[in-house]
Ligand binder design. Structure first.
Ligand code: SF4
Length: 389
């Protein structure tokens, strides 16, 4: 990137001006990571100071049986496959109860599009989870699942959301977004929920007072211009509804050979690489700069490893998800040694070691507890340093 354009972009960021599609593409063309990080960190600090938010949650996948076969997905199984599973409601409740001692504040529930489970199962499972864990917020179902519920129930999303909210739903999850541009989407997504339905369902949820997350799956066959397009669609919807709390860039993962059946399920693996840490940091930074009206940018550390998660805090990220004791959808595709369990104390130290102030939040990003600011580097040098994988 030439020096003139760099100065122009810098001036826009420091003046708080909205960046354009062309600006976003230009930022992605820069390999000056330090510069990108500085700009994103400026924006992040203006919005969120030295805070890093986290919550104590648990991921629960009720079933891995799915009618769709998205090209990148290593989670889904077909009915009858050896490790296909579907939880009975009491089983889901028992698993959730196991976490009670850790003072979790949120259950994050996403599932395959099960071909025969009836619609009634879903509000029922929410009701029973809520009865068993009344203080835990239920963040459940992607827009794709809600559209699936429309298909299996014959109801509209309006009635479906009302019933799920009545059963205890606090928030939808942000999944199913992947990359909205059809040029890419048609090659990776195998269900019927695309931008029109995804945005319709989140818009509807926002109109009912619900706040939701938004996501993007990057690092597969898309190009930077598709990431920019994706974020600009979300930014426009956010201008309209103000209902997104956070944007989460999700790093596409390669599959590993399944020891149970020797299969690799990811069908685009042979022609893709995974985004490098530098590419991920760039994606966080450009996302923070472009998506100027979303309050938070999150790093889902399970997909990145802890060192990159720490670095991401200097590249626009102000939220680390979460205390994950069981997470299947990504972890089926990870043989790289990233832990899948972190607890409150681990997260606190991870954040302090990166030089930030931890703040525990709930699903709505309300503060549950503020912690002390990070010790200075000089103070930390006096202590043995922890190495984060
Ligand atoms: S990404 Fe979701 S909808 Fe697609 S195959 Fe996997 S579980 Fe099914």
């Amino acid at each position: 990137m030439d020096a003139g354009l760099k100065r122009e972009l810098e001036a826009k960021v420091y003046a708080g001006e909205r960046l354009t599609r062309e600006d976003g593409i230009a930022l992605y063309s820069s390999d000056d990571l330090t510069w990108l990080g500085r700009l994103a960190h400026h924006r992040r600090t203006e919005m969120n100071g030295d805070r890093v938010m986290f919550n104590v949650n648990r991921h629960l996948n009720l079933t891995n049986v799915c009618s769709a076969s998205c090209a990148y997905c290593s989670f889904q199984r077909k009915p009858g496959e050896k490790d296909a599973y579907t939880m009975r409601i009491d089983e889901a409740v028992r698993k959730a109860k196991e976490m009670e001692d850790e003072q979790l504040t949120e259950l994050h529930i996403v599932n395959g599009l099960h071909p025969t489970l009836p619609w009634r199962y879903y509000p029922k499972v929410l009701r029973e989870l809520k009865a068993a864990l009344p203080n835990v917020k239920l963040k459940a179902f992607t827009a794709t699942e809600v559209q699936w519920f429309e298909k299996i129930s014959g109801l509209g999303a309006d009635e479906i959301l009302d019933e799920l909210m009545d059963a205890g739903l606090e928030s939808l999850t942000g999944g199913g977004a992947e990359i909205f541009d059809w040029e890419i989407r048609q090659h990776i997504v195998d269900h019927a929920c695309h931008w029109e339905d995804w945005s319709r369902i989140h818009r509807l949820a926002h109109s009912k007072g619900m706040k939701t997350p938004s996501t993007m799956l990057y690092g597969h066959i898309e190009e930077p211009r598709h990431r920019v397009d994706h974020v600009l669609r979300l930014r426009e919807l956010q201008d309209e509804t103000g209902g997104f709390l956070v944007f989460i860039p999700l790093r596409y993962q390669h599959d590993f050979v399944d020891s149970a059946d020797g299969k690799i399920r990811n069908r685009i693996q042979a022609r893709t690489t995974m985004a490098s840490p530098a590419e991920s940091l760039k994606t966080f930074a450009v996302s923070r700069l472009l998506f100027d009206n979303v309050p938070h940018v999150k790093c889902f550390w399970v997909m990145h490893g802890l060192s990159v998660a720490q670095l991401s805090l200097n590249f626009g990220v102000d939220d680390l998800d979460g205390s994950v004791v069981e997470y299947k959808i990504t972890h089926d595709a990870d043989s790289y040694g990233t832990p899948n369990t972190m607890h409150r104390d681990d997260l606190l130290h991870l954040i302090w070691d990166a030089g930030f102030r931890p703040v525990e939040r709930n699903t709505r990003y309300e503060v549950v507890r503020e912690y002390d600011a990070a010790p200075t580097l000089a103070e930390r040098r006096a202590e043995p340093q922890q190495v984060w994988a």
